[in-house]
Design a protein. Structure first.
Length: 688
C-alpha cells in the first residue's frame, strides 16, 4: 500500500518539485548530526541577540469587564488554570501546572520526543493514536487565550501560567527533536501564537525576561524561523500549509528583530504571501481548496499576516488586501439564518489565532474584522457576536479601505468555485437555504481536502440542517472512517455500481477527479422559482459509461424543493441515492414517503419528502457495517444521524424525482418534531 501511495504521489509532482524535494531530503540528512546540542557545527548560533519586540499594541481595546465575550473568555481561562482543555472535543485535565506535550490526553498514546524529527513517520495512525491531537495542544491556542485574559484583567496568575507552559515546552522540544518539528504548519502556527502572547503580555513586567532576553526562547525563535526558511511546502503541496508557514515566518520576523537573517526571512515570507494568497483565491472570493472550514482558516492567516505587516511597516499590498476582502465577502454571502457557513470538503477545526472562548462563532469574528478593515457591504448580515479577537485585531488595523470591485448585492452564484445558493422562505417564515455543488474537485493536483461530492446538495431551514453534509470525521487515525466520510455515498448525491465519482490514491490524494459543469442557474436572486442544473463526468470511466445530471428547483410561492436526477447508462448498473439528515432531524419512512420533524427554538417544524418510487428505500442510523448514518460535528467526533438510502437497478435513460414540501406533515407531525427536540427515535424501519 505504501509503495502504491508513493507511486501515485510521484505522478502528481512536476520534475521541478521532485528536484526540490530531493534537495530537502539531502539537507535533512546533512542536518541529522548537526541538530544535537554540542555538535561541532551546530545549526544554531552560539549567541543570539539582542532582539527587540517591535510591534506592541498601541492601545488595548475598550471592552467592558461584563461584556459576554469577556466573561466567556475569563471562564475558559480559569478552566485552563484548573488544568482543563478540550482537544477536538476530547477533554484533558492534565494542563496544570504543565502538560506532557507528547501525550494524547484522551488516550495513553505518547508520540516520539527524542528522535530526529525528520526520521519520525507521523502518518501511522490508529483509533487510539492520532498525532493531530498531540500537535494541536502545541499550537498553544490555550496560551493565547490565557494571554487575552491577562490583557483584559491584568491578573498576573495568567501570565505566570503561560510562562510555566512555555518554559516547559521550550525545554522539552529542542530544535529538530521530536514530533513537534515534523510539520512546517505546526512550526508556523506556534510562531503566530508566540507573537500574540508576547504582545498581550506587554504590561507584565517579566515579559521581556521570558521572551527577548531569554536565551532559551531565542534559540527556539531562531530555530523555528530557520526551519521555515529552509523547508517549505512545494508545488503540489502548496496549499494552506504553505500559507501557515509563510504567515508564521512573516509574523515572527516583523515582531522580533535582531537576528542577522531577520530582514531576509521577512522578505522571503512576504514574497510567498504576496504570491500565494491571491493565487489560492478564486476571482469570486472562494478559497481554491473548496473546503469551507479551510476557507475560514486561510482568511484568518491572511488577516493575521496583513495586520502584522501593517503594524511593522511592511504592508503586503493591494492584491493581498483585495483577496482577503473577496474572501470575506464570499463568506458573508454564504451564511445561513444562524450565521453558519456551508459544510463542504474537509474540516479539522483549525484556527490561526484563538483570542476568544472556543465557542465564539468564527464567521461572526471574521465579519467584525472585515467590517473594520474593508467596511461592511450593504448586503452583509449584521454582526451579532464579533468577539474579542476582532477587537484585538482592530487595535492593530489601519483605517478601513474598500477596494473595487465588490458585489453590489449578495451573490447567489460563485461561478469559479461552482457553488449556487437557492434561497426562499417557508410559510412559517423560516429561511430556506440550499447549496448546490458543481465546482472543481479541490485544489489540484492533489485536491487534498476534497470529497467525492459532485452535484451534492445541502438544505437548511431556519438555520437547522435538514439535508446535511456529514462532515469529516477523522484523518489518518481511522482509515476506514476517513474513506467513508469523503465518499460519494456519504453525500447527498448518486453513487453508481458501488464506485466513487472520483478515484482516490491516498488519504489526501485524488487520482481521477470528476469534472462538473453548470448547465443553467436561473432565478437565484428573486422571482417565484429558483433553479439550478449541472452535470458531472465521474462515471464515464466505468464500463456502464454513465452520465449524471441533476436539477434542483425551489418554488418560492409553494415552499417546495424538487431534486431531479437524470442518468444515462450504456448498460445495466446499480444505483444508490443517499439523503443524509442533520442530527436535529427525526425521520419516519413509510414506503416512498418520508416524514421529517425538527424544531426551531420551541416551535415544531415538519416536512413531507416524496421519494422516487422506482428505488427501494431504507432508513439507516449509526451503522458500523456498512458505515452509514453518521454526522461529524467536528474533527475526531461522530454521532448517529438518519440517512435515507434508495437502491435499484438502472439502465439506459432514467429519471428520479425527489420532492420536499415544507410545513406539511402527517396527523402526528407534531409528535415527529417533538421527538426530534427530545432526541427520540421515530422510525420503525432502521438499520444499525
Amino acid at each position: 500500500m505504501k509503495l502504491a501511495w508513493y507511486a501515485a504521489r510521484l505522478r502528481r509532482m512536476s520534475a521541478l518539485e521532485i528536484a526540490l524535494r530531493a534537495n530537502d531530503a539531502a539537507r535533512k540528512a546533512a542536518w541529522r548530526s548537526r541538530h544535537l546540542p554540542g555538535a561541532r557545527h551546530s545549526l544554531l548560533p552560539s549567541r543570539l541577540g539582542p532582539v527587540i519586540f517591535a510591534t506592541p499594541l498601541s492601545r488595548l481595546p475598550a471592552i467592558p469587564p461584563d461584556d459576554p465575550a469577556t466573561r466567556a473568555l475569563v471562564a475558559a481561562a480559569d478552566r485552563v488554570m484548573a488544568g482543563h482543555w478540550a482537544v477536538f472535543g476530547r477533554p484533558r485535565a492534565d494542563l496544570a501546572p504543565s502538560p506532557d506535550w507528547f501525550r494524547d490526553g484522551g488516550t495513553d498514546f505518547s508520540a516520539s520526543r527524542g528522535n530526529y524529527s525528520f526520521d519520525i513517520d507521523w502518518r501511522q495512525g490508529a483509533p487510539d493514536r492520532d498525532v493531530k491531537r498531540v500537535w494541536e495542544l502545541s499550537r498553544h491556542h490555550h496560551l493565547t487565550l490565557l494571554a487575552a485574559a491577562y490583557a483584559l484583567t491584568g491578573e498576573n496568575r495568567y501570565a505566570e501560567r503561560i510562562a510555566e507552559h512555555l518554559l516547559s515546552w521550550w525545554q522539552a522540544n529542542p530544535f529538530l527533536s521530536g514530533i513537534h518539528w515534523t510539520m512546517g504548519i505546526e512550526v508556523g502556527m506556534r510562531l503566530i501564537a508566540w507573537v500574540w502572547i508576547r504582545r498581550l503580555l506587554q504590561s507584565w513586567s517579566d515579559a521581556p525576561a521570558l521572551f527577548e532576553r531569554n536565551p532559551l526562547f531565542l534559540r527556539q525563535l531562531y530555530g523555528h524561523q530557520l526551519y521555515l526558511a529552509r523547508f517549505r511546502s512545494h508545488s503540489s503541496s502548496a496549499n494552506n500549509h504553505l500559507l501557515a508557514e509563510a504567515a508564521g515566518l512573516f509574523a515572527a520576523s516583523c515582531a522580533f528583530r535582531g537576528f542577522a537573517e531577520t530582514d531576509r526571512w521577512r522578505a522571503q515570507a512576504m514574497a510567498v504571501l504576496r504570491r500565494e494568497i491571491p493565487r489560492q483565491t478564486f476571482t469570486d472570493g472562494v478559497n481554491r481548496e473548496l473546503a469551507t472550514d479551510y476557507h475560514l482558516f486561510v482568511l484568518e492567516l491572511a488577516l493575521t499576516a496583513m495586520l502584522e505587516g501593517y503594524a511593522a511597516g511592511f504592508p503586503l499590498g493591494r492584491d493581498v488586501w483585495r483577496a482577503a476582502q473577496a474572501m470575506t465577502d464570499a463568506m458573508a454571502a454564504w451564511l445561513d439564518a444562524n450565521g453558519n457557513v456551508p459544510r463542504q470538503g474537509d474540516s479539522d477545526d483549525c484556527t490561526a489565532l484563538l483570542l476568544d472562548a472556543p465557542a465564539q462563532p468564527r464567521p461572526d469574528s471574521l465579519l467584525a474584522t472585515g467590517a473594520s478593515l474593508f467596511t461592511a457591504a450593504p448586503w452583509w448580515p449584521p454582526v451579532r457576536h464579533g468577539g474579542l479577537r476582532a477587537a484585538f485585531w482592530a487595535a492593530l488595523a489601519p483605517e478601513p479601505l474598500a477596494l473595487s470591485p465588490r458585489p453590489a448585492a449578495r451573490p447567489s452564484l460563485f461561478p469559479d468555485a461552482g457553488m449556487a445558493f437557492l434561497r426562499g422562505e417557508t410559510r412559517a417564515g423560516d429561511e430556506i437555504w440550499c447549496r448546490c455543488d458543481h465546482g472543481p474537485h479541490g485544489l489540484l493536483p492533489l485536491a487534498a481536502h476534497a470529497h467525492a461530492d459532485a452535484l451534492s446538495v445541502e438544505l437548511r431551514i431556519g438555520g437547522v440542517e435538514i439535508l446535511a453534509d456529514p462532515g469529516t470525521g477523522c484523518y489518518q487515525s481511522e482509515p476506514r472512517w476517513r474513506d467513508y466520510f469523503r465518499s460519494t455515498l456519504a453525500h447527498n448525491t448518486i453513487e453508481l455500481d458501488d464506485q466513487e465519482q472520483s478515484v482516490a490514491g491516498g488519504m489526501f490524494l485524488w487520482l481521477k477527479p470528476a469534472r462538473s459543469r453548470l448547465i443553467a442557474a436561473t432565478g437565484l436572486d428573486g422571482g417565484p422559482v429558483a433553479e439550478w442544473q449541472a452535470a458531472h463526468d465521474g462515471y464515464r470511466r466505468l464500463p456502464i459509461k454513465a452520465s449524471h445530471e441533476r436539477s434542483v428547483r425551489l418554488d418560492r410561492a409553494d415552499a417546495t424543493l424538487a431534486i431531479l436526477d437524470r442518468l444515462d447508462l450504456a448498460r445495466l448498473g446499480r444505483c444508490r441515492l443517499a439523503f443524509h439528515f442533520g442530527p436535529a432531524v427525526e425521520v419516519r419512512l413509510e414506503g416512498s414517503t418520508a416524514w421529517l420533524g425538527w424544531s426551531v427554538g420551541s416551535a415544531a417544524r415538519w416536512a413531507q419528502m416524496t421519494l422516487p418510487a422506482e428505488l427501494t428505500w431504507s432508513l439507516w442510523r449509526g451503522s458500523d457495517d456498512p458505515p452509514l448514518g453518521w454526522y461529524s460535528a467536528g474533527f475526531g467526533r461522530r454521532q448517529p444521524a438518519w440517512t435515507l438510502m434508495g437502491e435499484g437497478a438502472v439502465e439506459g435513460r432514467c429519471e428520479f424525482l425527489t420532492r420536499i414540501a415544507f410545513d406539511r406533515g402527517p396527523s402526528n407531525g407534531h409528535d415527529i418534531a417533538a421527538g426530534a427536540a427530545a432526541g427520540r427515535l421515530a422510525s420503525s424501519t432502521s438499520h444499525g
